[in-house]
Write a protein that binds this ligand. Structure first.
Ligand code: URA
Length: 253
């Protein structure tokens, strides 16, 4: 990334200095992995296996999208405009997870498109990520809680299986939980955010490495903590680099 462009993103998240410690990461698309046993119809026997597999994965994404859009598993369906599945390339190494759609997200059907989303985009761009090319963004809840209240445990319980299916399809190499609500619900803890930041957790059946940082909406209210968020982002980037280069000890240096 051009230095001027990077500085622009850092300015947007309120960081004045940028000191590169390691070479810039190259975020590469992973090869697609199978998520369910394949049953190949006789007529498709001559179709290359990878193409069949890719078609099956695409069909599963579509099924998931349809289910989320039509979901009535919790009472939020009565007040939302639409279910919001996620955004980004479906081969992204990075998965960012927030809390739930807000008013703008509920209206437009895409996560993090309001003011907090603009800050999130700037934060991600500062570490070379962009929802159009190499990061997938989703929420714990797919439906907006009225007045942006905190998700209720029964809503999270109903909705989390959608995220688990998303992760199975996406197979991210690293997850970034933004905010206390996302972090606590993903990690099944009520520990404060301050205790969850700065180390590598693991999530789900694949034990995907997961790093925690502040929610951009919180950072808009508390700009003094942007510097700590920048530390978290650099930490997440270094974890990713180590994961893709070799082993990580999981601790901030
Ligand atoms: N806050 C979130 O946690 N998610 C969104 O999609 C928007 C705001």
């Amino acid at each position: 990334m051009l230095p001027a462009r990077r500085q622009q993103y850092l300015d947007a998240i309120g960081i004045e200095l940028f000191v590169r410690r390691t070479p810039a990461q190259a975020v590469q698309a992973p090869t697609f992995a199978a998520v369910e046993p394949a049953s190949v119809p006789a007529a498709a026997a001559s179709v290359p296996e990878a193409a069949v597999e890719e078609g099956q994965v695409a069909a599963q994404w579509q099924r998931l999208l349809d289910e989320v859009r039509g979901c009535r598993l919790c009472p939020l369906h009565a007040t939302r405009t639409q279910g919001v599945l996620g955004v980004g390339p479906k081969r992204s190494d990075w998965l960012v997870i927030g809390e739930a759609p807000g008013a703008e997200e509920d209206r437009r059907g895409e996560p993090f498109v309001g003011a907090a989303g603009q800050l999130l985009d700037a934060m991600l761009r500062a570490i070379g990520l962009d929802r159009r090319t190499n990061v997938y963004i989703a929420n714990v809840l797919k439906s907006r809680p009225p007045n942006n209240r905190d998700p209720r445990p029964e809503e999270v319980e109903a909705c989390l299986p959608y995220l688990v299916r998303q992760i199975r399809l996406l197979q991210p190499k690293i997850m970034l939980a933004v905010g206390r609500i996302a972090a606590q619900n993903l990690l099944g803890t009520d520990a404060p955010l301050s205790r969850l930041r700065g180390r590598v957790h693991h999530f789900g059946e694949q034990q995907t490495p997961l790093v925690v940082t502040y929610h951009p909406a919180y950072l808009l209210r508390t700009p003094a903590d942007k510097r700590k968020a920048w530390e978290d982002l650099k930490f997440a980037r270094s974890v990713y680099q180590q994961l893709t280069q070799g082993a990580t000890d999981g601790n901030r240096s």
